[in-house]
Design a protein around this ligand. Sequence first.
Ligand code: HEC
Length: 146
Amino acid sequence: MRVHAVSLSSTIVAVVVASIAAGCGSSSTPTTPTPTPTLSFSQRIQTEILTPSCASCHTDDGRSPAAGLNLKAGSAYAALVGVASTGKPGAVRVIPGNPSGSYLVQKLEGAADIVGLRMPRNGPPFLTDAQVALVRQWIQNGAPNN
Ligand code: HEC
């Protein structure tokens, strides 16, 4: 019993010491603050989302793009940012700094007031929550062409 109590208290001491050491370690090596990690449109949005999930329909290769929206690499940015929707009067596909107001996000989330269907139109599966969060973050960042 006494042995057990000693080993328990030394365990607690070890944990406390380790926590303090960890705390000292992080405060003695300050890192440059990075409020918003750089999120590359071409690498994260185009290559990981638009090309694999959308460009089969939204392309001008051998067809006219669905909804007049060309999402293949090299065309998508100019077709999205600040461009009026062809399907919903008054809607804008991507409004920099305003993810919830961007029709692209509304179509990806299947908002109640969209015209037509939730995208990708051949879903489910739809985009994962993490993918939609990435699109939202990019728009929140000002929708840079980076
Ligand atoms: C199977 C074909 C198909 C796929 C895949 C697809 N779409 Fe669409 N998309 C359409 C069609 C057809 C329309 C027009 C009818 C509608 O809105 O339901 C459309 C409409 C849209 C619109 C509205 C355009 C406007 O100006 O009103 C957006 C935004 C859009 N798609 C984005 C996407 C994104 C982003 C993806 C990939 C995640 C995607 N789509 C995948 C066929 C597709």
